[in-house]
Design a protein around this ligand. Sequence first.
Ligand code: NDP
Ligand code: MG
Length: 402
Amino acid sequence: MSEQTKLQFAETGSAVKSGVKRIAIFGSTGSIGTQALDVIAAHPELFSVEVLTAHHNEELLIRQALKFMPNMVVIGDEKKYLKVKEALSPTPIKVFCGEKALEEVASMDCYDLMLAAIVGYAGLKPTVKAISNGKIVALANKETLVVAGDIVMKKAVEKRVPIIPVDSEHSAIFQCLIGETRNPIEKVILTASGGPFLGRKPNFLVNVKREHALQHPNWNMGAKITIDSATLMNKGLEMIEAKWLFNLKPEQIQVVIHPQSIIHSMVQFEDGSIKAQLGLPDMKLPIQYAISFPKRIRNEFPRYDFKKVHTLNFEEPDLKTFRNLALASEALQKGGNLPCIMNAANEIAVFAFLKNRIGFLEMTDVIEKTMQKVSFIAKPTLEEYFESDGEARTYAADLIQL
Ligand code: NDP
Ligand code: MG
């Protein structure tokens, strides 16, 4: 089992010895961020909010700050700084703005655990700072590991920082690994709902509009991950996330479509035994588990009832139709900066699709062409990852004429 897994199970419990865990939520105005605040609000005896950050949504950030009274807030969009500053001026809350401030605040000492809930590549740098700063990271921002997983995980081991997964599949795997640190994993089985277009073929997908793609059958999430779920890129990103989190080889990661989203993922051990983690599709549970680990906290979330959902189905993903998953498998196999390139092109493609600039299937073309074009680097430095990201974004944006 990986050094990181040992670290997760060995140290997290003792990292915050007693009392209240001080939480920094990076991306507090998003789907994960707001659900995390609901969890925290229900347990003031266990958690305090020290940092909140938003990008554009200053209104919600202000409301959250007035309710939770953090030590500091960051608004990414510098134009919104004065409004936030003024609204919080009757309070002692410190207000910062801009991209650099995210990194500076992540480097401060006022918190114990960062919930990394910014969406996309923008989450990478603050998360790296939190790790360098020796803080526990509860990781929702999967793109951090897709872009630079080798460097991030190496730094985490060097700084003895446990990375606790928030993503429901990885939380499931993590929970299956409890008590198994000496037992090698044969493989992990990542479940995927299949998204709103399960069973559909390209002749249908070619006409899909943003409104259709934003309707996920099981989960209510931010726009980017909802589109990623519809294209199955989300599962591709999660394969790469699993590789780094659990130190797996590509052939140890299998994807299975499970439309009910009750089994959140599974681990198969070397004796053939498979452990699974089950529950209703509700992100509050993995969020709560990640910030309260190793404790399980009593809650009133709805329970899965075997009497109501009798059937759990499983099928193979359709890689010919959902080509993003095939591209992500290729990136997973080849490694180097290819996942970083793929991720950047995907972010540009999803953005363009959400703006009605390209069609559903064109997203895959943009990603594929960008992966073919940007130079491959087998062992990139962090700086080279940043450069590959920039190069891929420029190339993808040119393709779409953004
Ligand atoms: P949302 O889009 O709902 O929220 C994103 C958050 O990040 C918001 O607070 C947003 O601020 C902030 N943000 C956006 N862009 C930037 C930027 N450039 N710089 C700084 N902050 C920024 O996303 P989700 O909550 O859905 O997802 C967050 C992460 O968690 C993603 O990586 C996703 O893959 C992962 N995840 C999400 C799940 C879910 O159920 N939602 C499940 C599993 C993983 P503002 O609101 O001001 O724009
Ligand atoms: Mg997931």
